[in-house]
Design a protein around this ligand. Structure first.
Ligand SMILES: Nc1ncnc2c1ncn2[C@@H]1O[C@H](COP(=O)(O)OP(=O)(O)O)[C@@H](O)[C@H]1O
Ligand SMILES: [Mg+2]
Length: 349
């Protein structure tokens, strides 16, 4: 098992700054997920680790060794891409064996490795087929087997499930996680899907505009966001935000009054999650009018207009308030988050 480290890695293309001095330590055997919106620098980070792209500045270390100037073939890092990049004219067997062929392994010696990799992803029956005779999920398995065939010390997966339909994505997610645990190989996985990130990762790195916003376990990221970007990116529905002001320890906004606000006076955004709010009878901490009622099957999401803000509350599935009616909620003080509206940074007690 191998650790991966980035030391102040930057990447600039002409005018575009894709990465700004990124520092990252991926532990041996860890499943690390890079999460962020399109264009935030996830693929660039992966390509720099694989050696497919050079960093403008900074270092890449594998097990403490500086590999910044080493070509991809000397890194023993395998990468799986979103579009699988399979060779259409080759069989499954030839596709899986391709990295060995390139590395100069002779045909008789390749067979056993190919079978082992194919077996791991349940492809033994399909070795003679060509990619166009396979389903999306099977193609994805071929791409995984091709990445596994050389026993890589680091496994890089760049949005490997994006081309699959929702149901298959969930099934493949479990398989990838299972496979990673079995192999124990250090894995970096890129996605823009926060559910995928939360379910797969030992730790998640949330990125935006070429910068790391936060790194932590899925629980850390969900419960203890460092800033408005992370709080608003994670969770479905994302965290509710109410813009207001703090004066002498009281947060106030149209329809909202909360005592015990930390920090000094000024413009503050209050945050809370849909599932942490409880319906209040009569007056509550948060008062507004029902804007929309969204049954999800297991619960009811109630969208409430609160002054000029709108927030989503999760209630029991039998709760079905009338649109337009007044409604009030309480949120336990421990579940309320405060952010500096100007900088977006969390204000802690
Ligand atoms: N080859 C390239 N030439 C110029 N700009 C690029 C190139 N590759 C990526 N970029 C830019 O770098 C930024 C980060 O891209 P990328 O790492 O692909 O983001 P992500 O994978 O998070 O969607 C984007 O603004 C993108 O347009
Ligand atoms: Mg990308």
């Amino acid at each position: 098992m191998v650790s991966v480290a980035l030391r102040s890695v930057s990447k600039v293309w002409d005018e575009t700054v894709a990465l700004k001095a990124l520092d990252l330590d991926v532990h041996e055997g860890e499943f690390l997920v890079l999460l962020g919106p399109s264009g935030c620098g996830k693929s660039t980070t992966m390509r720099i680790i694989a050696g497919l792209e050079s960093a403008t500045s900074g270092q890449v270390l594998l097990d403490g060794q500086d590999v910044t100037n080493q070509p991809p073939r000397d890194r023993n890092v395998a990468m799986v891409f979103q579009n699988y990049a399979l060779y259409p004219h080759m069989t499954v067997e030839e596709n899986i064996g391709y990295p060995l062929r390139i590395a100069g392994v002779r045909k008789p010696d390749r067979a056993a490795h190919i079978r082992k990799a194919a077996e791991r992803v349940d492809l033994l029956d399909l070795l003679r087929r060509r990619p166009k005779q396979l389903s999306g999920g099977q193609r994805q398995r071929v791409a995984l087997a091709r990445a596994l065939v050389r026993d890589p010390s680091v496994f890089l997966l760049d949005e490997p499930l994006s081309n699959l339909d929702a149901k298959l994505r969930v099934a493949m997610r479990a398989e990838i996680k299972h496979l990673q645990r079995q192999l124990g190989v250090t894995t970096i996985y890129v996605t823009h899907d926060q559910i995928e990130a939360m379910t797969l990762a030992d730790r998640v790195v949330v990125m935006n505009k070429g910068e790391m916003q936060q790194i932590g376990t899925p629980d850390d990221i969900y419960d203890d966001a460092e800033n408005l970007f992370v709080a608003g990116f994670i969770g479905s529905p994302p965290m509710n935000f109410i813009e207001g002001a703090v004066e002498a320890g009281t947060f106030a906004s149209d329809g909202v009054r909360v005592q015990g606000a930390p920090g000094h006076d000024g413009s503050v955004t209050l945050g809370f999650r849909a599932e942490d709010a409880r319906l209040a009878d009569g007056t509550g901490m948060i008062a507004g009018h029902v804007f929309d009622v969204e049954p999800t099957g297991d619960a009811t999401l109630i969208v409430v207009q609160i002054g000029s803000n709108r927030a989503t509350f999760r209630a029991d599935k039998r709760t079905r308030p009338t649109i337009g009616d007044p409604i009030a909620f309480d949120v336990p003080p421990g579940e309320v988050r405060y952010f500096d509206t100007a900088t977006g940074q969390r204000i802690r007690a």
